[in-house]
Each structure stands twice: as C-alpha cells, then as structure tokens.
Design a protein around this ligand. Structure first.
Ligand code: N01
Length: 533
C-alpha cells in the first residue's frame, strides 16, 4: 500500500446498501482486494437512512432479500410479509457478519471526488474526512433514492423546533407524544409516517400538494406454516422471480378490463384489492396501466374505496388524485392511511389551494395564515436516479465530469456504465430497473463481476462501455418510457420533482428479461468493444 493513501485496492465500492454489499461479496469471493466506503455509520443504505416511524418494505420481504445463498435464504425468517425498517437493517447486518464482509467496510466516509487517472488507469478517490484511496475499479452503489430533496421554501432554516427529512432520519428516537406536528409531502414516505404518528401527537397537519393513489399494503405476519413453505420453496421462488418481467412473485392476469362484465369486473377488483403491495399492478387486468379507459375504471374503483373510508367528503375529494390515474406516478401501499384523516387531531392542507409561503421560527405560513409546530417532517422525496452519482464528484476520461456528461439526462449502457468513464460502474443506478430493485441490481453486479473476470483473464487494464452500445440502450429505455411504462412525465421518474433538472426518463421499463438477454449477448461476444487500446 502506498504510504500517502488510506487504501490502494483493486475495487473501491461506494455504498453499503443492498447492491454494494452484494458487489463486495462478489469481489471478495473472486479474490480482489476491495474496500467499501459509506457515509453512514452502519450498513443497510436505504434501510439505514430511512428510519422514520412506519418505514417498511412494500415489496414482499422474501423477494427483496438476497438469493445468492440458499443457506442465508433459509436461515433468515422474516417476521412479516412486508418487513419494517429495523428488521431490514438487522438483515443487512446479519449478511455482512455472516459472510465476513464488515472488515472491508469503512464507515463515516462520504466520497467527495473520484477522478480517473489516465496514466495509472486508476481512480483517485477522496472523502470529506480527508480519506484518500486509489482503485483500479470504482463501483458506485449509491442508490437511486439516496439524495434527499428539500424544497426551497423561504425561511426553512429558521424554524426553531425540531425538523427532520424522512430520508435522513436520526438514530435517536424522535418523541412525538403530545407534539404539534406538520408533515409536508404525501409520497410513499409521508403516507407511511402519517398513520403511525397520528395516535401519539397532539395535532398532525398534513401539507399535501398532490395526492397519490394509496392502496392497502395488506401486511401480516408470516405464519410458521408459511415459513416452512418459504424454506422448502427456495428454488421455485427464485425461478419465479427470475422469470418475471419485474422480478416479483405476482403473476400477470390473462384478462383485459373489458373482457369482463361490470359485475365480474367489480368482483375481480375486490379480489385484486386483497393482494399484497405491487400485486395490485402486476396481477390487475393486463391493460390496466396502458389503456386509459381501463386505467380510469380501476382508478374509479380506488376513488370509491377512499370515499368509503374518509368520513369528511371534502377531505376525501382532496385525497383523490385528479391529475393522474393509478400508477401514473409510483403508487404507495399503506396501512390505515386514509383512516388517519378520521381522527379529530389530523387535518389536511391542500397546497394547491393554499401554497406554503414561508417557514417561520415557529411554524408554517400559507395564504390562510400561520400554524405553529413543535416538529416539521419533510417527506419531500429525493433527487431520483442521478442525484447521488452527480454529487460525488466523478470525473472521467479527458477531465469530463459525470455531472456535465449527464446534464440532459443519463447516458448509460444497461444502467451500469457510461462511455468516457473507464473502469467505473454504477449498479442500481439510473436506467437499471423498474420493479424489484434488488433483483435487477444483483443482475448488474453479476454482470460487472463477469466483465472484471474476463478482463483479468485476458490482461485488459481498462474497460469502457462502447459509445454505440450506450446509445442503443439509452435510446431503448427512452422510447420504452413512453411505450412500455405507466409513469407519466409528472413522475419523479422523469426528474420532474427537482426544479431545473432535465426531463429524462430514469428507469428501465424494458423488463428484466431484456436486460439479462443483452448482458448475455455482451458476454457471448467476449465483451467486444469494451477494451479500448
Ligand atoms: O418521495 P416522493 P417519498 N411543497 O417524491 C411533496 C420509495 N419509498 O420519499 O407530488 C410541498 O414520492 C411531493 O408533492 P408533489 C418509493 O419508491 C418506498 O415519499 O411533487 N410538497 C410529494 O407529495 C417512493 O416512490 C417506500 O406535488 C412538496 C412528496 O413531497 C420513493 O421512495 C417508502 C414539495 C414527495 O414524495 C420516494 O418516496 C418510502 C414542495 N415544494 C419511499 N416538493 C416503501 O414502502 C415535494 N413535495 C418501500
């Protein structure tokens, strides 16, 4: 090791979330020297940072963990079908300890710059605390929902009470008992936190700009019989998620919306309502997301469910989305969310009617006046997809900053690599997945491991995504954004929630099988074009 450097390794991984941990495992198994760094003080990524009350999976727990070890799958018993943050964090700690990975991880290390050195063909990495490292390969497993977003509200910093962002929740417990609380934002985070804190607080004021189509998560404990079935079913569960378009266990329905009579449709919708999480999209009528008339039918059904729960009709109408149908934005899955609005201590402010004008020392001001609070919860989301990658100061070949290369939106090969950025990989980044993220991200990590192995065997020091392949993938995902994706341009999947951000699609809606097919094609061609010089 060089005397001036803290680490001089084959592979430096940034991020100790689900993807980074798996990439670390693969690197260590392949015999590379490897260092993983993370800004936090513990592992878990999303499940380390988002520790707000109510934070939990809305994908089935056993499909969201790892499948690389049958022993791990069988020994870890998820207590609920949709496990909570604390359990998810325990799981990642268990994985890291079981496979002896912790000693490769350096915490409290926030990377501030990573510069490609042409002469040495290595990355020079620097962190905020002065840490420096050199690595042949740099893997940014920094996640898509890891750069928290605060809206630019005048006076935000002046608030003298407690203030928290759901994505940067403190490790110490926040005491909501008897407090006057504001929650700003009703995305998946806001709608999880609201019903959990509502019974404790003196008052809860929800500031909603746009309502979302929240439907029941239908969570419940995993019974001992189900535990046994999960263990016995490892191979078939793995096969099902591997073959599914989005990496889930839910199976698509064979039917179209208008194949059924209105009565049959109502009965089908009621059955679909009982499914867990994303079952309401995947196992709905096949045309529910892409046929506007079909989408309107299901959206009407959901709107009626909201009206049936929320006792005040005016509040119910405010909670029903009017600017997009179901799945036009990423829908949240909830437990007792709409019920919370029936409590006398919960009120809803519609920001379309009365926008926030300022945050003051004591509260939040809208056109209707000032409301005073003890705690403000900012559930205002993230700079999705590219936010974290653009913040870590990556500078590629010829001094090109990634931020500049992606000014108009990401350009990627399979959501893994970018031309101009040799020996740099970002599994779990933009253009990678749309569905069960750990499955897609794991595929990307496997692809990277295969590519590195090939380069090692054949003596290639530099790997770079060919421009033609990057163009091909970027064009494909951008076209599929309009032909295969239910998400509309108002969704943060197009960057629309961040003022000034280029409007560009940040997911891959082509499906997991297509990505796997293209990976296989690259491997079969011996990664033709990937080794310049
Ligand atoms: O963020 P969001 P999130 N003034 O962007 C509002 C995953 N996740 O953290 O819609 C007032 O969805 C904004 O309003 P609008 C999941 O993928 C998963 O909730 O822009 N309000 C919106 O209501 C999810 O999709 C789970 O009009 C402002 C909210 O803030 C993703 O993370 C749980 C505002 C942001 O919603 C992000 O969810 C939680 C402003 N200036 C999260 N700016 C699981 O269940 C923004 N808002 C696994």
């Amino acid at each position: 090791m060089s005397s001036e450097l803290d680490a001089d390794v084959d592979i430096l991984i940034v991020g100790a979330g689900v993807t980074g941990i798996y990439q670390l495992y693969l690197a260590r198994e392949a015999g590379y020297s490897v260092q993983l760094v993370d800004a936090g003080t513990g592992v878990g990524g999303t499940w380390y940072w988002n520790r707000y009350p109510g934070s939990r999976y809305d994908s089935e727990s056993y499909t969201y963990g790892y499948f690389f070890s049958e022993e791990l799958f069988k020994e870890w018993e998820w207590s609920e079908h949709f496990a909570g943050q604390a359990e998810n964090e325990r799981y990642f700690n268990h994985v890291v300890d079981k496979f002896g990975l912790r000693r490769h991880i350096r915490f409290s290390t926030r990377v501030t710059s990573a510069v490609w050195g042409k002469e040495s063909s290595t990355w020079q990495v620097t962190a905020a605390d002065g840490y420096t490292a050199r690595a042949r390969y740099l893997v940014a497993a920094t996640g898509v929902l890891s750069a928290p977003f605060y809206p630019d509200v005048p006076g935000r910093e002046s608030f003298r009470g407690e203030s928290y962002h759901t994505g940067l929740w403190p490790k110490t417990e926040v005491d909501f008992k008897g407090k006057r609380v504001a929650v700003i934002g009703t995305g998946s985070s806001g709608v999880q936190v609201i019903p959990v804190i509502a019974p404790d607080v003196a008052s809860l004021t929800v500031y909603q700009r746009t309502p979302n189509w929240a439907t029941p998560l239908n969570n419940r404990p995993v019974t001992p019989q189900e535990q046994a079935e999960l263990k016995a079913g490892f191979a078939s569960i793995k096969e099902t998620v591997d073959k599914s378009a989005s990496g889930f266990l839910h199976q698509p329905s064979a039917k179209m919306t208008f194949d059924d009579s209105p009565e049959e449709r109502q009965a089908f919708y009621e059955r679909t309502w009982q499914l867990g999480g994303f079952g309401k999209i995947i196992s709905n009528y096949r045309d529910m997301t892409m046929n506007p008339a079909a989408n309107a039918e299901w959206s009407r059904f959901v709107a009626d469910k909201i009206r049936a729960v929320v006792r005040d009709p005016a509040t119910a109408e405010k909670l029903i989305p009017k600017d997009h149908g179901y799945a036009g934005k990423r829908p949240p899955y909830v437990t007792d969310y709409y019920e919370a609005y029936n409590r006398p201590n919960v009120s809803l402010i519609d920001l379309k009617e009365t926008p926030i004008t300022a945050v003051t020392e004591t509260g939040i001001e809208t056109a209707e006046g000032l409301r005073e609070f003890d705690i403000i919860v900012w559930a205002t989301g993230f700079d999705f997809g590219t936010g974290a990658l653009k913040r870590i100061g990556i500078v590629g070949r010829d001094g090109l900053p990634l931020k500049e290369y992606w000014a108009d939106g990401p350009l990627t090969y399979l959501g893994i690599m970018a031309h101009h950025f040799p020996n740099f990989f970002f599994p779990g980044g933009p253009h990678g997945g749309a569905g069960n993220n750990p499955r897609y991200n794991g595929d990307q990590s496997d692809f990277i491991a295969g590519l590195l192995e090939f380069a090692r065997e054949h003596g290639h020091a530099v790997i770079e995504a060919p421009k033609a392949l990057e163009d091909e993938w970027t064009t494909m995902v951008n076209e599929a954004a309009y032909t295969m994706s239910p998400f509309k341009e108002l969704s943060y999947f197009f960057g629309s929630n961040i003022p000034g951000k280029a409007k560009a699609f940040l997911l891959n809606s082509l499906g997991r099988p297509k990505m796997l097919e293209m990976m296989e094609t690259a491997a079969k061609s011996d990664y033709a074009g990937f080794f310049p010089g």
